[in-house]
Ligand binder design. Structure first.
Ligand SMILES: C[S@@+](CC[C@H](N)C(=O)[O-])C[C@H]1O[C@@H](n2cnc3c(N)ncnc32)[C@H](O)[C@@H]1O
Length: 293
């Protein structure tokens, strides 16, 4: 039935298709994705898994989910087929200035660091940056901050994401008018050039300070990155089991500079703690500051 749905082209988001994946099939995929990618899907994400597999199977003209499972499970993670499937599994929904409370908290933290050391150059990491809106928003904030101090900006933002498509879009720095509509007019004017088609391109004095790389957050423990003043990781940990989330957060905490701040999505890891960070008292954002050296 699943194969027929795919042949008939109704295998994407239809609810009838969702019911076709059996619990046993879901369990097999769940354990494979956890093992190879660290992705933890709960059964209520079955429709997402179904949709992503349907799309990928249609692309490669495979009409049997068990055949696809057998084929991909023989391939080590990191091979092109796995990378493409990851693209279909992750959802890159994002916005400029998505979480105003978290951004405000990050701003306060960065401001304090610059106040303590006016010559400080800020290192910012945007982990799971999708198409770049979050990373550029952080760059706008930093530019604004140094402007407030009347100082030339000294900062660099690195955005990382597992999706190559997302990273390519982020690097391009082009957004249609709809995507920048919620930004304050002043920011649109200061930080974007408008193109002939009414699209918006991030100005080069900002893009020069922002770089993007493809990286799987599960491998973050091997990253040489250290001494970050702000790590922003929102709406990414939702993809992982509690155990994997905590391991990722431990690695992120170790990559903060003293006084640096780790911001995650509200409710994304309430029970996590680490000896070198302290939770910032804030009801609307979930963030930690590095206390120990
Ligand atoms: C919902 S978007 C969030 C984007 C941005 N952080 C925000 O809050 O607006 C989630 C992003 O996490 C990325 N992602 C998912 N799994 C990942 C992984 N294992 N490593 C790195 N990025 C991942 C997805 O590709 C997607 O772009």
């Amino acid at each position: 039935m699943f194969a027929e749905n795919i042949k008939e082209g109704v295998g994407e988001a239809t609810t009838s298709c969702v019911s076709e994946i059996t619990r046993a099939q879901f369990d097999k995929w769940q354990s494979l994705l956890l093992d190879r990618l660290g992705l933890a899907l709960s059964f209520d994400q079955c429709s997402r898994l179904q949709m992503s597999l349907s799309i990928r199977m249609r692309e490669i003209s495979c009409d049997d989910i068990d055949t696809y499972y057998e084929q991909i499970s023989e391939l080590p993670a990191g091979l092109p087929e796995w990378l493409t499937l990851v693209e279909r599994l992750v959802i890159g929904e994002t916005r400029f200035y998505r979480d105003a409370h978290a951004m405000a908290l990050a701003y306060v933290c960065l401001k304090q660091l610059v106040q303590e050391n006016p010559n400080k150059s800020l290192a910012i990491w945007s982990v799971g940056c999708s198409s770049g809106e979050e990373s550029y928003t952080l760059a706008f904030l930093c530019d604004h901050l140094f402007g407030e101090f009347g100082k030339p900006p000294r900062f660099g933002v690195t955005g990382v994401d597992v999706s190559k498509t997302a990273i390519d879009m982020a690097r391009a720095g082009f957004y249609d008018a709809r995507r920048v509509a919620d930004l304050p007019k002043k920011w649109r004017r200061n930080y974007f050039e408008t193109g002939a088609l009414g699209d918006f391109k991030v100005k080069s004095f900002i893009t020069q300070r922002v770089c993007f790389a493809r990286q799987n957050i599960v491998d973050i423990g091997r990253s040489p990155v250290r001494q970050q003043h702000l790590i922003f990781c929102q709406n990414v940990l939702i993809y992982f089991s509690k155990e994997v989330r905590h391991a990722i957060l431990d690695s992120l905490a170790k990559r903060l500079a003293p006084g640096g701040c780790l911001v995650i999505g509200a409710g994304e890891a309430l029970e996590w703690s680490h000896p070198s960070v302290e939770r910032i008292k804030d009801k609307r954002a979930l963030a930690y500051v590095r206390t120990a050296a």
